[in-house]
Write a protein that binds this ligand. Structure first.
Ligand SMILES: Nc1ncnc2c1ncn2[C@@H]1O[C@H](COP(=O)(O)OP(=O)(O)O)[C@@H](O)[C@H]1O
Ligand SMILES: [Mg+2]
Length: 399
């Protein structure tokens, strides 16, 4: 998957632009606040159907305009071209098109573009709260397997119902005996989805680790293995994962033994849940460890230095691309926003070497020094100044 060309109009502070990209490395240079991230955001919007920064669609429209329009020409790995467009306006209107034909459902367009995005906030994958790591694994597994996403969504819906029921029970708003019967039913429903979600997370951690480790060794120049390990909250899941190994993970949906164990584990603590008024176990409380030096190595979540944490986060995020390629044969477009900051010279050089071998990559940087002597084959470079995007000729011009 590559982005061949882009036409932008009315997107944040960016001037109207028609750009033709390199199939390899694309560099976006400019001082802070000039519009580099805006450009990456515009190119990545179709992957998520929203801003990767979590901005509202309306905020993407230039202050002095009523609508924005972005058209991308994509090339799939097999060579087929695809013209995708989206338009947003101030009244909340959204127009999506593929090859000139209007598509009504957002899901028909979103996901056509596979991307991996690293931005400065991504470093919190390692030392931020468990929710970040869960989201990371969920997103990675969902793009590999739609059935995983279906189970995850159903699980979250059922959990919301159970949470509401426990709250009502605590307030005395529902009858106790009936609520207990309903709780048992919700636990059965939850277990039905929790089992495949848990096994999916275990599978993703196992899939990702060797790729992340390889990248991390190249990046950090270390022999210390990097390990991404699933730490489920449910004991029945922990037992299944540690004993079953890959075999247990193979058959994710329809693992009835695990489903029953999970359901029994949830039923067992229902008394405490009623007392506390909220669910006390389940995949919503899972975490993942990031260890350096093997399965018993340094837990980077709590003990990693800034540099170690940063390298590990970069490695994990880049590894998502390899995982997607391995399992779906799709090579995503990579966006690396401000990735060199806080990396020392050596790691910067190593990352650049790696980036030259990556599929298609867009790198935004405010520090010309970081990329001064770097001229990978097929490089294209742009300067962004007050939203104006101009070509930097291949014969230099990088100051
Ligand atoms: N809807 C908008 N319309 C016009 N300008 C915007 C809009 N949203 C953000 N901006 C401007 O974009 C600039 C930030 O661009 P950004 O891409 O984040 O910079 P950087 O080059 O540091 O990545 C700011 O000057 C901000 O005012
Ligand atoms: Mg930026």
């Amino acid at each position: 998957m590559r982005i061949v060309t882009a036409r932008l109009s009315g997107f944040r502070n960016l001037s109207e632009a028609a750009l033709a990209f390199s199939p390899g490395v694309n560099l976006v240079q400019g001082r802070n606040g000039e519009g580099k991230t805006n450009l990456l955001e515009a190119l990545n919007w179709l992957a998520l159907g929203r801003s990767h920064r979590g901005s509202r669609n309306e905020d993407l429209i230039a202050f002095d305009r009523d609508e924005l329009h972005v058209a991308l020409e994509l090339e799939e790995d097999a060579g087929a071209r695809l013209a995708c467009e989206f338009g947003l306006d101030r009244s909340g209107g959204r127009r999506l098109r593929i090859d000139g034909e209007a598509v009504r459902r957002r899901t028909d367009l979103v996901g056509r573009l596979a991307t991996v995005f690293f931005d400065p906030d991504s470093i919190r994958l390692v030392q931020g709260g468990p929710e970040r790591r869960r989201q990371f694994a969920d997103q990675g597994m969902a793009e590999i397997d739609p059935a995983y996403l279906a189970h995850l969504t159903a699980f979250q819906r059922a959990l919301k119902q159970k949470t509401g029921l426990l709250r009502d029970l605590r307030r005395g708003a529902v009858n106790g005996a009936q609520a207990r019967r309903e709780l048992a039913a919700w636990n059965a429903e939850l277990a039905h989805h929790a089992a495949p979600v848990s096994l999916g997370r275990a599978e993703y951690a196992a899939l990702l680790t060797p790729f992340a480790d390889r990248i991390h060794r190249d990046l950090a120049g270390t022999d210390q293995p990097l390990v991404f390990t699933y730490r489920p909250r449910l004991e029945s899941v922990a037992r299944a994962v540690s004993s079953g190994g890959d075999a247990g993970v193979e058959n994710r949906s329809g693992n009835h033994a695990l489903e029953q164990d999970v359901s029994a584990e949830m039923d067992y603590i229902v008394g405490s849940e009623i007392q506390r008024g909220r669910p006390l176990t389940g995949p919503q409380l899972d975490d993942f460890e990031v260890r350096l030096g093997g399965p018993d190595g340094l837990d980077l979540r709590t003990f990693g230095s800034r540099g170690e944490t940063r390298s590990a986060a970069i490695a994990l995020i880049l590894a998502r691309s390899d995982a997607l390629d391995r399992r779906r044969g799709v090579r995503p477009v990579l966006f690396l926003d401000d990735i060199f900051s806080e990396l020392d010279r050596e790691r910067t050089r190593r990352l650049q070497e790696m980036a030259s071998r990556l599929h298609q990559v867009f790198i935004a940087t405010a520090r010309p020094g970081d990329i001064a002597d770097w001229r990978p084959e097929g490089l294209k470079a742009w300067r962004v100044e007050a939203g104006r995007i101009t070509d930097i000729p291949a014969d230099g011009g990088a100051d």
